[in-house]
Design a protein around this ligand. Sequence first.
Ligand code: EPU
Length: 341
Amino acid sequence: MTQPFHTQNQSLKAFNTFGFDVVAHQYLPIESPEDLTALFQKHAFEKQPFGILGGGSNITFTQDFSGLLLHNRIQGHTIIEENSDHVIVEFGGGENWHETVLYTLEKGWGGLENLSLIPGTVGASPIQNIGAYGVEIKDTFHALTAFHIPTGTFHTLYHSDCAFGYRDSVFKSEKKGQYFITAVQFKLSKQPVIKTQYGDIQATLDGWGISEPSIRDISNAVIHIRQSKLPNPAEIGNCGSFFKNPVVDSQIIPALTVQYPDIKTFPAGEGLTKVPAGWLIEKAGWKGFKRNQIGVHAKQALVLVNYGGGTGAEIIALAKEIQADIFQKFGIELEMEVNAW
Ligand code: EPU
């Protein structure tokens, strides 16, 4: 067991992909599940407000964090089950997401390749059921282990316990704030089924002259597409998509189509239609908008950016202006995907 060691007034600038320059009054990296048990025994969770940080890629810090911030740094991987068809592999919650995906590709295990280059950690991935290019974490998720903070015990949660939805899970609703996810298990295939249905992937592979892609080819195509549209957080601070793509009653679409003949829509189940938030924000004229050191990315209107020196409060103020404008112009409510603290 590692000895938990607090830092006071720890800068979080390097620990959030927006690059906001805030501090945590108390900061503690969690290196092993036992660190959590030790904290529980010291009544640390009762003494002060606490928060859990993963890769800091889905959070807008609007102020200093005034309690105890626990940073998930739990590493490692273990094979739980393996046969000629599949493998169930467990990764520590603090493992970097993209490095985890690269590891599975190296092993020839299919399932995570469409999720290449997503910033963040393994432990955070089930919370918002991360997704991209036609795949979501729920498609390969097997189980997770989490420390249940109210009781100080470890629980195993299976797929059916997690209530996965579009960028949603039980960890964002009824079990919010209750769990620290220490490890996640994925069931990956040794006979991978390639998923190229998301248009940009097929077009990219066609452009490269690849007709029988491997999981590595899919990953390379996804990396290529992401790099061409999404800002690299190491260069321009951002949290990926700032809003969810709204799902609306299909009955409102005909009137919008009259007004905006180029509207883009996707079926989203019985009587429901998904309208890309990026399209709405671009159509409303915000794409490339800049105020002081923050703005709306010039290549993907769904991404809000910090050019350096901006603040979380400015980002939230801009997000609210965009929400109000989209509602006024289209009658559609945009919901934030990124958490604000
Ligand atoms: N669009 C515009 N203008 C823009 C951006 C997009 O018109 O500025 C249109 C595109 O032309 C396209 C549609 O909107 O027809 C969808 O765009 P895109 O394929 O870029 O994906 P998205 O819906 O904007 C979602 C996810 C991304 C994920 C991509 C690819 C959400 C909130 N976002 O974005 O996830 O990478 O699909 O699967 O669902 C993230 O969650 O942080 C994230 C980056």
